[in-house]
Design a protein around this ligand. Structure first.
Ligand code: FAD
Ligand code: SF4
Ligand code: SF4
Ligand code: SF4
Length: 409
């Protein structure tokens, strides 16, 4: 008698694409496949499935994740200027990774590669300091986990120290996949307000390439700090044998604007189970938004420079606390509190709100491609585009003075 067919999820709200089910399947019967909007979901090949049920057991998103109450909270910034400038915030990830690599460990995290000019955000492992820049910096798009959970288990079983970093749902997926505690595993999750999908992101980049009559995209940085700590991007394009880097202010860019306005996230991100105080990794890292209000004393003493990025760290486990002690010489660190950090970082309390227009945008994309999204953005955000164009023409020193006047400093 045949057993019941395995259903991995009954609603898109119940799958975050962590890939734990795919990694655990003994018959290699699960593949991640794109839906009509480009989001990845696991699909079972019925001809390979033996209905063992292992994939259902490892779903942290549906079975309930294991969570920890933050024990200590810090403001932090890297003392290594190079690492700081290549990082999205204060360079805390790079500091932890540097220590782990020095101790002979392996570090897993998200990278953004370009294969034949197309973006491929995915998780990889690195084993030396030279490769660290591949993992630095936020990629505001879903990173595919691939078989990195399996690789992590192999390293852990061999006794290697492993640092695994990612979104909270990816860290939770890893723990559920591993199924037991490993003393040699360290984890970091980022405060996360949601992820768009890789196909949507790549289609946006192709429009940027066409607009600039380039032949190929070679690189993209979501946060270029040349003009300060913010959300401005930088695209690297090739035309013939020439390479050019173009700075893209956040609010002049359709992808960034729709990302920041929460319009293009994966369905389950709008009811994310990890958008809360309790955390799933040893350490949680994020931007210290609102530092000027929460810790003006640290800015006054020039201990921290707002223009270069400042991080917050939540140490959620004993391992997390120990890690912070071990990297003290690499970071400028000061005590803070969860209340201060979460005041301007809504994701530590509740999930992003799902805008009414989300469905319309994704449908438009699915029916008419990214070109239709770009047209809609240029029309709908016309005023924003004009204001930000003018704003970006004002020299930075004058802009900062204006900001200070507006803030009443
Ligand atoms: C999708 C996303 C949403 C975020 N939302 C917020 C937010 O609402 N509030 C906030 O304070 N911070 C948010 N962050 C975190 C923030 O952007 C910084 O990554 C964080 O502050 C760490 O900065 P850093 O300077 O220490 O390290 P960085 O070098 O900037 O960060 C690198 C780390 O981020 C991980 N990472 C980068 N991209 C991805 C990805 N696509 N998927 C999984 N892991 C990734 C890498 O594996 C590595 O661990 C978000 C990050 C991502 C990826
Ligand atoms: S294990 Fe992860 S990818 Fe698989 S169904 Fe659950 S949430 Fe989705
Ligand atoms: S039930 Fe077992 S064999 Fe079938 S997809 Fe799930 S893990 Fe694979
Ligand atoms: S918002 Fe939640 S579900 Fe979505 S990517 Fe971030 S942690 Fe995962």
């Amino acid at each position: 008698m045949s057993k019941d067919k395995i259903i991995l999820f009954d609603d898109k709200k119940n799958c975050c694409a962590c890939g734990a089910c795919m990694n655990v399947c003994p018959k290699d019967a699960i593949r991640m496949e794109e839906d009509e909007y480009g989001f990845l979901y696991p699909q079972i090949d019925e001809t390979k499935c033996v209905q063992c049920g292992a994939c259902k057991k490892v779903c942290a998103y549906q079975n309930g994740p294991k969570l920890f109450e933050p024990k200590q909270v810090f403001v932090a910034v890297s003392k290594n200027k190079n690492q700081l400038l290549n990082s999205a915030s204060g360079g805390v990830f790079a500091a932890v990774a540097t220590k782990i690599l020095k101790d002979g460990g392996v570090v897993f995290g998200a990278t953004l590669d370009f294969e034949n000019g197309h973006a491929n955000p995915h998780h990889i492992k690195i084993e030396n300091q030279k490769q660290l820049t591949k993992l630095q910096g936020s990629k505001y798009v879903q990173s595919s986990i691939g078989i990195t959970y399996k690789q992590t288990k192999d390293y852990l079983k061999k006794g290697r120290i492993v640092l695994f970093s990612g979104t909270p749902c990816q860290i939770s997926g890893l723990y559920e996949y591993l199924g037991k505690e490993y003393n040699n595993l360290y984890t970091i999750d980022v405060i996360c307000h949601g992820v768009p999908n890789a196909k949507f992101f790549d289609d946006y980049l192709q429009i940027e390439k066409q607009r600039r009559s380039a032949d190929k995209i070679e690189d993209y940085a979501f946060r270029d700090k040349r003009k300060g700590w913010g959300m401005n991007g930088r695209i690297t394009l090739a035309k013939g044998r020439k390479q050019k880097k173009v700075y893209i202010p956040a609010r002049l860019n359709s992808y960034n604007t729709l990302f920041l306005d929460g319009m293009i996230y994966r369905e389950n991100c709008y009811s994310c189970k990890y958008a809360r105080r309790e955390r799933c990794a040893d350490l949680t890292i994020g931007d210290y938004w609102g530092i000027e209000k929460e810790h003006p004393e640290l800015l006054k003493n020039n201990m921290y420079n707002e223009k270069e990025g400042i991080s917050c760290i939540l140490a959620n486990t004993e391992k997390g606390i120990k890690t912070c002690q071990n990297i003290k010489e690499l970071l400028q660190m000061n005590d803070s509190s969860f209340e201060k950090v979460s005041r301007r970082n809504g994701q530590l309390n509740i999930p992003s709100k799902r805008p009414d227009s989300r469905e319309m945008i994704m449908r438009k994309y699915s029916d008419h491609g990214y070109i239709a999204i770009e047209k809609w953005f240029r029309k709908k955000y016309k005023k924003q585009i004009i204001v930000h164009r003018i704003y970006n023409m004002i020299p930075r020193t004058i802009r900062l003075k204006l900001k200070a006047v507006i803030k009443g400093k």
